[in-house]
Design a protein around this ligand. Sequence first.
Ligand SMILES: [Zn+2]
Length: 120
Amino acid sequence: MKIRRGVIELIMESSKSSLPNEFAAILKAKRGVIYEIALLPGTISGETSAIMQIFLRPLDLNYVGTVHSHPSGLIYPSDEDKSLFSKFGQIHIIVGYPFKIDSWRAFNNEGIQVDLEMIE
Ligand SMILES: [Zn+2]
């Protein structure tokens, strides 16, 4: 799996404008490349948690995982995050303050950090 740089840039901009709240979205991929994010209706954004209504998502095989922000800057999945990761998708990104181009990590559905190559 790879991700386009423009998607990371969009995620970082969205995370900045969501402050002090978290930002959350679904990752869309085609042929192994994450090329877009989708916002879900019913996403509840709060200062400490962004709870996605993942079971209300449209059925779409291009939805491969989730992304959300940690305004705290700590880029590790919480227990709540791990529980969400285990229910849906295969790749999950957490971005952290100050939301620079490299302020992120990717995790699998067990919450273990994995490599995700950024491409132009
Ligand atoms: Zn989190």
